[in-house]
Design a protein around this ligand. Structure first.
Ligand code: IDC
Length: 495
């Protein structure tokens, strides 16, 4: 990519603190401190940059007295340089001035302690060059550089390059000295997940892809979800992920909130016991405006987030497929539901549905640009994309390939069939889709791990009543294909 521009490694920022250390070319010069001087900060900024986009990682070290909350400020050289989505802080931007405020869990910074934040950005005009960093109003010294501190992981492609920024994690240390994982399940190896740049990252801050299955509606297909069916999913299919599709309407949650909440929690536990991640899917579908269910969502997520806060395997999906609603309406819903989750479970990944049945807007004649230019104001989130391979083809793939450079995407649902959930399989299109997802480490769940009488179901009708999940003769054509695909080896880096 000849247009790829990079800042020279180790270039020193033109900022100076009254007191501070200077990092340049990897050399750390100790500050000249007198006994009473207790102010100052040091910033290291690294970036990966490509035409139109960039990722920034900022590590700040507090050289002053301990602080319990921080505001990090900087200015871009040009107002066309924008933070699009950040993590590990709350970002605001006014003109070229950016502020990043600490979150509940990372505000404490002892003297000489560091914290890292990061963001995806867009830019027009001049190369992005953040400068004049301040910590709680005090100017910092610092440096800029390109790439990651672990250059061996650096990809020349701007997309999906691993972030260098430790992010919220139940195990705060992401240092290479972490002990090796106990156990070999996806959950044991990867631990608490977080969003890093456009990727999903594990406890070692390495990008991973989760591959698994979605349930059908749990109000209809509970008979397919039990210890033995999930043993098969974990051990024979070697799935990493179970998506728990809790419909809100259609005899779902609204008819029995406490009952469905308990049912979801039970599946979370069954998945956890087998070392799988669990997506709690608030399966809104009709009506398509998630705001119709806003109060229900707040009640539901307050409960499941509190109950599951200490688990590492839970991912929250707050609206399955918004439809007939603007992106602004979805964003407004997300910005009301996410704080409810964060209040109880601050470090879990949250996935936000997108316009046009989670098509990134494409099915409504729009595109991912409406999200890029007006993202949800929250950290540690991803955006949903769904496809049905017989219905959604190259024009959708083009958008996903492009959006994956800028937005963290999660395919929480897809089918090998048409968007009705039935009809003929299109395995050629399915294969093309899954190759694209694999290349970009986009996680996915297939619709459905059930024996529904429709071609998207993985099992033939009658399988769940018979309990014959392990018999490959029970698999449908779609199930045979997905099992073969999902049970191939995972790539979960541990250092
Ligand atoms: C379908 C089910 C079908 C059910 C219908 C209505 O496969 O049995 O009758 O929902 O509840 C989606 C939705 C998902 C749909 C699926 C297939 O998220 O709920 O399931 N689909 O139509 N989006 C695109 C396709």
């Amino acid at each position: 990519m000849s247009l790829l521009k990079r800042l020279p490694r180790g270039r020193t920022l033109g900022v100076a603190g009254a007191v501070g250390a200077l990092v340049a070319g990897g050399l750390i010069l100790a500050p000249m401190m007198n006994a009473s001087a207790a102010a100052g900060c040091r910033v290291t900024y690294t970036t990966n940059q490509w035409p139109g986009g960039f990722t920034g990682n900022v590590t700040v070290t507090n050289l002053g007295d301990p602080i319990s909350a921080w505001t990090l400020g900087w200015t871009f050289g040009d107002a066309g340089q924008k933070v699009v989505q950040g993590w590990s802080a709350t970002f605001t931007q006014s003109g070229s001035a950016v502020t990043a405020k600490s979150l509940d869990y990372n505000g404490n910074l002892a003297t000489n302690a560091s914290t890292s934040i990061g963001f995806n950005g867009s830019w027009t005009g001049a190369n992005p060059t953040p400068a004049a960093f301040t910590l709680n109003g005090v100017a910092c010294t610092g440096s800029t550089g390109t790439g990651s501190p672990t250059p061996s992981t650096q990809s020349p492609s701007p997309s999906k390059s691993p972030s260098t920024s430790p992010s919220p994690s139940k195990s705060p240390s992401t240092s290479p000295s972490n002990p090796p994982p106990q156990g070999t399940t996806p959950l044991a190896i990867n631990g608490q997940l977080h969003v890093c740049g456009v990727n999903l990252c594990n406890q070692y801050n390495r990008a991973i892809q989760l591959r698994g299955m979605s349930t059908h509606g749990i109000q209809w297909f509970a008979s397919c979800l039990n210890g033995s069916s999930l043993d098969v999913l974990a051990n024979d299919w070697k799935a990493d992920l179970l998506r728990i599709a809790m419909y809100v309407q259609e005899q779902g949650y609204e008819t029995n909130p406490s009952g469905f909440t308990a049912q979801v929690n039970n599946y979370v536990d069954l998945a956890e016991a087998r070392g799988m991640y669990a997506i709690i899917d608030f399966h809104t579908l009709t009506p398509g405006d998630p705001n119709y269910n806003l109060d229900r969502a707040k009640t539901f997520f307050a409960s499941v987030a509190q109950r599951n806060a200490n688990k590492k395997n839970v991912i929250y999906e707050i609206a399955n497929e918004p439809n007939g609603v603007s992106w602004q309406g979805i964003k407004s819903y997300a910005e009301q539901v996410i704080p409810v989750i964060r209040a109880a479970d601050p470090d879990a990944v949250v996935i936000v549905g997108t316009r046009g049945w989670s098509s990134l807007g494409v099915s409504d004649g729009s595109s991912e640009q409406e999200i890029v230019s007006n993202p949800v104001n929250a950290t540690n989130i991803m955006y949903t994309f769904h496809f049905y391979a017989a219905s959604h083809k190259d024009n959708y793939r083009t958008v996903v390939a492009r959006a994956a450079r800028t937005l963290p995407l999660f395919v929480t649902e897809f089918g090998t069939v048409s968007a009705t959930g039935g009809g003929a399989l299109d395995l050629s299109s399915t294969g093309t889709w899954l190759d694209l997802l694999d290349q970009n480490k986009i996680s996915y769940a297939n619709w459905t791990y059930s024996d529904a009488n429709e071609s998207s179901a993985a099992f033939k009708p009658g399988t769940c009543a018979a309990g014959s999940y392990a018999n490959t003769n029970s698999l449908s054509e779609s199930g045979t294909y997905l099992r073969n695909r999902i049970r191939t080896a995972d790539n979960f880096p541990t250092s």
